[in-house]
Design a protein around this ligand. Sequence first.
Ligand code: SF4
Length: 385
Amino acid sequence: MNTRPCRNVYVHVPFCNGKCAYCAFYSEPEVNPASVTQWLDRLENDAARKSAQTLTLDTLYIGGGTPTALPPETLKRLFRILERHFSFLPGAEISIECNPESLTEEKAEILARHVNRVSMGVQSFRPDFREKIGRRPSDAHAVETALRLLRANGIDNIGFDLIYALPGETLANWREELDTALSHGVRHISAYSLSIEDGTELAARGLPPEDNELSFAMWEAAQKILSAHGMPRYEISNYARPGKECRHNNFYWTGVPYLGFGIGAASFYRQTRYTNRRERREYEAILSEKNNDAQTVLHRLREEIHVQTREEQMEEFLFLGLRRMEGIAQEEFERTFSCSLRDVYGSVISDYVQRGFLRLEHGRLALTDAGIDVSNVILSGFLLS
Ligand code: SF4
């Protein structure tokens, strides 16, 4: 059983300037001052209760929503709360998501005092594609301006989030998007294909189903183009300059515990996955309770609680670990589960190695290029139940 202390925290900021047509996250489409104050009060309450467990962090990731949609004074208060209730290991990675349109000089200065990594939600550089997915119209220079503001304040560790397979997008269009991203000299790129989730505006529009072949060609193009420019893929959808991989996300993929703060934020702790209440009124009501002790309140805040069985832990170890290009260490599996990888998965590994989908070298098991191409099928071979 994994009993490592929790050193990783995710904070969900549930406010945006509008609602994107593909968005299935919990987010409110405006930054209402009363709602923001109430949210911060509850967040502080939540952090105060959880930090009773004395959290010293190696990574903090502030996502959303759109954290940079918050006004400067609110951003300052958010950092005061986080720094009051958590301490940080030397060299801790502190990331924030940023929307280029909402970043101002004052906000860039605030970020520079508190974070050392920025993930910029660009999605597409083309106004026509942005419009198709309901992103706010963007000044043609918004990305350049945001990069200049961040860099002028000493933040160089910047990444872009991009989406491909947008409605009407061709392979040539996507290659241009990648070239534009590279021209900005960022250190990390996350690239996900557009996913149409139930309940979103895109789903209601009834778009034709995704062209899997085109989407796959775009995913392959990303690896070719980005790795040729010194940003190899390190996880199925993530690319980075060496040493600039997102440590926080790497921890997600290696089964390290993390705690989520805010409405609907997910946590994984002591082999248990759960989310905070997704219904805002319930979440706030529970955190306002005065009569219960911290543990009772924290327990009541949780929903979708799932305690993993040993088999599920093994499956997840493989599913998440094999998403990373460096794969998994046999030794780590053995240390975690006190049995050998071969004992549990020997036949499936031999079969996939023989067929060229997996490679087992120097004690590490990883997907080959052929295996990455069909990773969903390969990973399903590791199901134990
Ligand atoms: S900015 Fe992000 S969280 Fe906000 S509506 Fe758009 S996709 Fe959703």
